[in-house]
Design a protein around this ligand. Sequence first.
Ligand code: IPM
Ligand code: MG
Length: 356
Amino acid sequence: MTAQVLLLPGDGIGVEVVAQARKVLEALASDGVVMSLSEAPFGGAGYDAAGKPLPDETLAQARASDAILLGAVGGPQYEALPRELRPERGLLGIRAELDLFANLRPAILYPQLAASSSLRPEIVSGLDIMIVRELTGGIYFGQPRGIAERETASGTERYGYNTMVYGESEIRRIAKVAVEIASKRGGKLCSVDKANVLEVSELWREGVSAVAAERVQLSHMYVDNAAMQLVRDPKQFDTIVTGNLFGDILSDCAAMLTGSIGMLPSASLNEGGVGLYEPVHGSAPDIAGKGLANPLATILSAAMMLRYSLDEQEAADRIERAVQAVLEQGLRTPDIASGGKSISTQAMGDAVVAAL
Ligand code: IPM
Ligand code: MG
């Protein structure tokens, strides 16, 4: 059966970077990788086309697909919309609707880019961390949540509240994914929580420990310490597993260690192997449409897609080797050029196609 791949360019630079990944996928398709590509509006573009960030038609197409490649969502023109119509809601919606609970965010330092890191080369050279972030639970989705009013001594005031909640089954399934991944990598898993303060973290720690048992070398770390350790000595980590909010924060931090958030792909998987693949970076409205964006994170996301959802290992390898090759040739988009000579988004896409 032909694999169905849905492209969701979204907003801002999402449009440009997905166009480059599309060229790469089309080149592979003409070389015999069997897949069928379609495209749908999503995020702000979904709102413009159909009045909501995750249009019904887009969701139906997503459900019928084997894999989804997403650009990025969001832009200043959507910030005044009611919360449920904002582009970010589309992203949270598709994660929840497809039950994409396991978010894999690798932070790899390409040797050619060691100078772009904000840390000294000896601290980051050879860095290769995998962050496994729980993506459909925790405080992002916990009930109750809202904004309400309460009486105080000096009158009525509004208050906002959210709930961080994890059930044992949710902890178990993300721990299983993380243990599986860690055991295929360096065999070391660090679970990050805030068990010194939060009950939900106590249960998290218990659950992860039970799943990990003797299968990997497991350690636990409080999230504040983990943030510090990531910038102090990042190479102590191999695989990290953590909840939704902590993972959101730590993955941005880990991304920056590698010099450019423009280089990092991610995968969000459900239990059926369907995945949504997207660059870690956002829609960057300030540089959208100018050919300044780095398409490599999206192109590398397409490689992850071929590897994890389409079982096309050889095609995935070809993309990853081509990306190494263009870096080796000295080709850079502005974000990784350290102020030196750079090429456009489109030229970078073409260079990867040529290097396949
Ligand atoms: C991410 C983003 C999203 C998140 C936003 C855009 C909702 O920051 O994918 O890390 O917080 O999960
Ligand atoms: Mg984030």
